[in-house]
Unconditional design. Structure first.
Length: 165
């Protein structure tokens, strides 16, 4: 019973499709602009966020410019603080508060280095992905092809779906 229902559904689908005539079916060639993922990756490697701008993902590009800029500022700031405290510790090696401050400054600098490294790698992956998916929604095409074939003496509608991107 289920098989008959499916056959009737496709028969109706084919009847509607065949009765529409060939005049209603038009093929239009459209030139779709694509972005090169390798170019986006190279731009982002030199200038974090630049690959996102290349792929016209302005929000992500701005976010990576701000995040990487802030983290680099914090790395250099914490490194300068660490160097100053370390110089003071050389003059006063017995000061425990100064020793703790040096350790905290070093740990903070190292944390910001790790955060920047993560942000930089995420920036590279995002630039590559954004360029790959540029105009993705416009590149997808769904083709439906159908026909009625005689199988074991009965006319059976056959429908094929093909998704291209």
């Amino acid at each position: 019973m289920r098989c008959i229902g499916i056959i009737i559904f496709f028969a109706i689908l084919m009847t509607v499709n065949l009765s529409a005539g060939e005049d209603s079916l038009k093929v239009v060639d459209v030139e779709i602009e694509l972005k090169n993922p390798s170019t986006a990756l190279a731009i982002s490697a030199v200038f974090p966020g630049g690959g996102q701008y290349y792929a016209e993902s302005y929000f992500h590009g701005s976010a990576f410019v701000v995040a990487n800029g802030y983290l680099l500022y914090m790395i250099f700031s914490k490194n300068a603080e660490f160097n100053d405290l370390n110089d003071q510790l050389q003059q006063n090696p017995d000061d425990e508060n100064l020793q703790n401050s040096v350790v905290n400054a070093r740990d903070s600098r190292n944390l910001h280095i790790w955060l920047w490294s993560f942000s930089y790698l995420l920036n590279l992956m995002d630039a590559y992905t954004e360029a790959t998916l540029y105009n993705f929604d416009k590149r997808m095409e769904l083709k439906v092809q159908g026909n009625i074939y005689p199988i074991h003496g009965e006319m059976v509608p056959v429908v094929a779906f093909q998704l291209e991107f």
